[in-house]
Each structure stands twice: as C-alpha cells, then as structure tokens.
Design a protein around this ligand. Structure first.
Ligand SMILES: O=C(O)C(=O)C[C@]1(C(=O)O)C=C[C@@H](O)C=C1
Length: 302
C-alpha cells in the first residue's frame, strides 16, 4: 500500500486534508513541510499533502520554497478546508500567559486573543498540533489548534469556533513525483514557477503570454531566489489544464521567454470555479488556427 506523508504531527489541519485526498493509502506524519515533500523525493512516500494558501494569511511560503527547489514534484489534486480553531489547555489551567500555534493560525486569531486572553504572549510553533504537544508537555499554557487536535492530546477545550475572519479557508495540495497527470475536467488549475530575469518588463512579459490567450490567473506570489538580493521567483496559478491546446500554447510561450520555468501540476479545482473563455481563446480556436497554418504551408489555402 502506498503512503501519503502529511505536514503533522497528528491533529493538524493538513491531516484532515490528507484524509479527504487519500483513497486507502497509509498516512504518515512529517514534522515539517520540506520533510513531507522530501519523503516523496526519497521514495519513502508515494505522495505528500501540504498547505499552499490561506484565504486570510495568503501563501504558505515553506511549501512554495520547497516546491521550487530540489527534484521537481507536481500537484495532482487539491482540497479546500474551512478553518476555525479551538483553544486547548491542560486540565486545571487557571492562568494563560502563553498561546502557541503555527504563525498562520496565530495571525487568524490575533483579535480574539487580544480580547479574550489579554496579556497572553503568542508563541510560534511548527504546526497547530505541535503547539498542542508543547502545551501537553507543559511548555506553554494554551494551543490554538484544529478542532480534531483534542482527540489526540490530553488537553481540554477552552474555546471553539475561534476565528477573526468568518469563513476562512486553507487550500491543500496532494503532490507526487512527475508521472501521469490527472485528466482535464473543464475546471482545472495549472501551476508554474518561473525565475524571471531582473530586467524591465520581465514579469509583465510572462503575464502577457497568459493574458493574450485569455487565460485567467488565480494566484501570483513572489519569493526571493535567495541567490542575489532583489531576484525573485514567481509562482503563477491559472485556470486550465496543460492537456488543453490553449494552455499548452501558453506554456510553450512561457518556456520560450524563460528557460527557468518549472511545471508544478494541472489538476481539478476544489473551489468549483468555472472557466470563462474569451472569444478566440477556446481550445478549438487554437487547433483550428494550427490546422489553418498547416494547410497554408501545404499550399492548400491562403
Ligand atoms: O498547523 C496546521 O494545522 C496546518 O495544517 C498548517 C496551517 C497553515 O499552513 O496555514 C493550515 C491551516 C491553518 O490555516 C493553519 C495552519
């Protein structure tokens, strides 16, 4: 049986996402996002489940950085989970001086903590469940966790449904080594990362290749390359699947403009988004145009 490594330990939001994405595979926790992805690169796991973006805090930068380094991996599926938190303490705790959690979680409950635990000091841990472990071991007083965490650790619930922003969501990816791609569904997302050179208009040129083909962006993030100050990698998500002629045409153009482009996957979207195609940008328009050029070359028509 194949295994899915997930950003753990047990009781993280990512474990819940991995359960949704698994179909009978064994789930194995990894302590960090790079470790979950390394398990796929080394063959210790067939896939990894990692968070990629949160509707309040934005990109999960550890995932972006790990996907752009080392051996290429591709996303084959995604899931969107609603995010609200529970606050857990050791039974009998009377005074809360420290509140621990993943930085993304702390950022999503900042106002709640200020209003309900005045004076409590926020402390970052590697994940929400790692905060629960640390509280159980007496290191901190309270943990901000996924609701399921209380089932795994000897803690008691002090508050539920905690969130500064209602209806917050996090998107998670299931990532594998490059291989067979999921079939296109008509509502897909394609992701790439490109290290554009540091010159006028380089990013604009990449984005223009998508815009002129009527391809809608769903996300754009920049991360430093870490080599030279001021040099960035651009993570670009857009609607469509690499199997579609219009997306293939756009990817070929991106590759022409930028040798340093990495394909990060094409897979069905979890947000039920429909893809609006502008006139002249449908797949048939692309195949029809190629057929026309072929026939012009053969002298069949002008
Ligand atoms: O720590 C966890 O439970 C995670 O799965 C990570 C993570 C994140 O990276 O944003 C996932 C969802 C929440 O937004 C808070 C933390």
């Amino acid at each position: 049986m194949s295994r899915i490594a997930y950003f753990g330990p047990q009781g993280t939001f990512t474990e819940q996402a991995a359960r949704r994405l698994a179909s009978g595979e064994e789930l194995i926790p990894a302590e960090t996002i790079p470790a979950a992805l390394a398990a796929v690169r080394s063959g210790a796991a067939g896939a990894a489940c990692v968070p990629i973006e949160n509707s309040v805090e934005g990109a999960v930068t550890a995932t972006l950085d790990s996907l752009s380094e080392a051996e290429p991996l591709v996303a084959v599926a995604e899931v969107l989970l609603p995010v609200h938190f529970s606050v857990l303490t050791r039974p009998g705790t009377t005074e809360i001086r420290t509140v621990a959690s993943h930085p993304h979680a702390l950022a999503q409950v900042r106002h709640w903590v200020e209003a309900n635990l005045p004076g409590a000091h926020p402390v970052a841990t590697s994940s929400t469940a790692a905060a629960a472990v640390a509280v159980a071991e007496g290191e901190f007083d309270a943990a901000v966790t996924a609701p399921v965490a209380v089932e795994h650790y000897p803690l008691e619930v002090r508050a539920t449904e905690v969130a500064d922003v209602r209806d917050a969501k996090t998107r998670f990816l299931l990532v594998r080594a490059p291989g067979e791609l999921p079939e296109p569904t008509g509502a897909d997302r394609t992701s790439i990362v490109a290290a554009a050179t540091n010159r006028t208009g380089a990013l604009a040129e990449l984005l223009t290749e998508l815009a002129v083909r009527g391809i809608n962006l769903t996300k754009l993030d920049a991360r430093p390359t870490r080599n030279n100050f001021g040099e960035y990698r651009f993570f670009i998500d857009f609607e469509g699947h690499v199997a579609e002629p219009r997306i293939g045409d756009a990817l070929a153009a991106l590759r022409r403009r930028c040798r340093n482009v990495r394909f990060l996957g094409s897979h069905p979207r979890a947000d039920n988004g429909t893809t609006e195609i502008e006139p002249g940008a449908a797949n048939e328009d692309f195949t029809d145009a190629i057929d026309w050029v072929q026939s012009v070359r053969k002298g069949a028509q002008a």
